[in-house]
Write a protein that binds this ligand. Structure first.
Ligand SMILES: Cc1ncc(C[n+]2csc(CCOP(=O)(O)OP(=O)(O)O)c2C)c(N)n1
Ligand code: SF4
Length: 527
């Protein structure tokens, strides 16, 4: 087929399309967000789910209908979807199910740099790690094949550089004659009660043993013969850096890093004078190969932080632990000029609020000059953290606590926090602001259930936050445009802070950039 120049995320979308995936579901998160959008543009059926857990459940349901599916997310999304992953590993799948998970070493746009390979080991599922767009395409197809052959979920692990870099891809013919969706009752396999889960766990371990054997003989790993003086064991994008840093070396490139191809790795180590493991994030392969008796060098602790690059790999190989040059800081990120979030945080600051915040564009309000957010941990935490503070702080301090959450984040994981708020009510009550800018701005303006539009922007049902809050027994609910109704909004906030009751204020004004994209002038913006 004709060669194409594709970004890694585009290559995964094309791979999923050519693998005949019947549906892709996900929740946006940098660097994974483009995969579903491209899959949709290519003609695939794609959806944004309210969060990653629901996306994984939808994809699992699709696979239970005997066809192929995938769920996309960033690495922290896998924390949310982990409950599905661990037990879907036991139940197995009927068609195929691929978790496409994009890690963010260096935290270009994330709150941590966790390494998804640990999840594969903990859940007991295979994991593939492409190093460029060609492999993103090939491994996507391979992941569907492995999943279908062994009836097991498979993780396709990407990293920022693979997701967002472009390389040439030669696609192959799409899979043909795939089965049509149908449901076959199989209660012992699909209903994970203890009596079914016990044999399911044994089946899982048996599958993993077979996959490990397959990976050692036929897996997507390759040995590149070079000098005997230096052998590098490497995976993911670190392969590209290491090839440039030490072109003369021998390489063992691991494509499937769970279960690891331990025997060929040990054979490779024995075949060279000096063996070094080069990997981003955790010393996952180095630890595993040492546990299996291999003698290898690995990167000193300082290289565990942040992305690798050619220069850092050169330093690792030279054993250089001298301080690294600190990159110039550049301009710190800021809210766009005219961003509706700015007014809200100015008001919160002027009223000396303790702000339990959440994740989204509005988190930038924690930075100077606003410095008006006091906590931010993970999606949805504004509610629980704010309530925890309210429960124990001295009365006068507790009454200053406000939870602030974006609209997409509220749908993602704020609904259960709101249930907690109306269930375990603090003595001083509580105040929640839902910042409704009618988009998921932070990750590129994706739709969500509160926008009333689907992934392809066509209309659907719209979640009504006011009705939700009232249905959950919140006595005080109001909606304000923070720009056009600034004084009224501030007065409502002050009134809410003065009461020992629960209040939800919906702060509604569209994101400026989303308006520009849709061709709406600010003056026309809905109030
Ligand atoms: C579990 C998880 N999934 C995805 C993300 C990526 N992410 C960060 S904030 C956010 C949503 C932001 O949208 P919203 O709450 O509406 O705020 P806005 O950016 O529009 O102000 C997303 C998807 C994440 N950090 N954690
Ligand atoms: S993208 Fe939208 S929500 Fe984000 S800072 Fe800019 S105007 Fe505000």
């Amino acid at each position: 087929m004709e060669r194409k120049f594709l970004m890694g995320n585009e290559a995964v979308a094309l791979g999923a399309l050519h693998a005949g995936a019947a549906r892709g579901a996900g929740y946006p998160g940098t660097p994974s967000s483009e995969i579903l959008e491209v899959f949709n543009q290519l003609g695939g059926k794609a959806e944004w789910a309210p969060n990653e857990k629901v996306a994984a459940e939808v994809a699992l349901g699709v696979s239970f209908a005997g066809v192929r599916s995938f769920a996309t997310m960033k690495h922290v999304g896998l924390n949310v979807a982990a409950d599905v992953l661990f037990t879907a590993a036991y139940s197995g799948v009927d068609g195929a199910l691929v978790f496409v998970v994009a890690d963010d070493p260096g935290m270009a746009s994330s709150q941590n740099e966790q390494d998804s390979r640990r999840y594969a080991v903990a859940a007991g599922v295979p994991l593939l790690e492409p190093s460029d767009s060609q492999e993103a395409y090939d491994f996507a197809r391979c992941a569907f094949e492995i999943s279908e052959r062994w009836k097991i979920p498979v993780i396709l692990k990407l990293t920022t550089r693979v997701c967002h870099s472009g390389t040439v891809v030669t696609p192959r013919a799409p899979d043909a004659d795939l089965p049509a969706a149908h449901f076959e009752r199989n209660i012992p396999y699909h209903v994970m009660v203890p009596g079914h889960a016990r044999p399911a766990h044994r089946r899982l371990r048996q599958k993993l043993a077979e996959i490990a054997e397959w990976n050692e003989k036929n897996g997507p790993n390759k040995e590149i013969k070079g000098s005997k003086d230096l052998g590098i064991l490497v995976s993911g994008v670190a392969f590209e850096h290491a090839r440039e840093a030490a072109p003369e070396a021998s390489f063992f490139k691991i494509g499937m890093s769970c279960p690891l191809p331990v025997k060929p790795m040990l054979d490779f180590i024995a075949s060279v004078d000096r063996a070094v493991v080069i990997e981003e994030n955790d010393p996952y392969m180095a630890d595993a190969v040492r546990a299996a008796g291999g003698t290898v060098e690995s990167a000193p602790e300082m290289y565990r932080f942040g992305e690798l690059n050619v220069n850092r790999v050169r330093r690792i190989l030279a054993g250089d632990t001298s301080p690294e040059a600190v990159p110039s800081k550049g301009r710190p990120p800021q809210l766009c000029a005219g961003c509706p979030h700015a007014v809200t945080f100015e008001i919160l600051k002027q009223n000396n609020c303790i702000v339990a915040g959440d994740i989204g564009c509005y988190t930038l309000a924690a930075l100077q000059p606003l410095a008006a957010m006091d906590t931010q941990i993970c999606m949805g935490a504004s509610l629980g953290v704010g309530l925890g503070l309210r429960h124990v702080l001295p009365r006068e301090e507790a009454k200053r606590v406000v939870s602030v959450i974006g609209d997409s984040t509220f749908v993602h994981s704020g609904l259960t926090g709101l249930a907690e708020m109306t269930y375990n009510v603090p003595e001083t009550g509580h105040v929640l602001l839902i910042l409704d800018n009618s988009t998921t701005a932070m990750t590129g303006q994706q739709e969500h259930p509160g926008t009333g539009r689907l992934l392809d922007h066509t209309p659907t049902n719209r979640l009504d936050y006011e009705k939700v809050a009232r249905a959950m027994n919140v006595p005080n609910v109001g909606t304000f445009d923070p720009v056009q109704q600034r004084a009224a909004f501030e007065a409502a906030l002050i009134e809410a802070l003065g009461k020992n009751e629960l209040t939800v204020l919906i702060v509604r004004r569209p994101c400026i950039l989303a308006m520009v994209r849709k061709g709406v002038k600010p003056a026309d913006a809905e109030g």
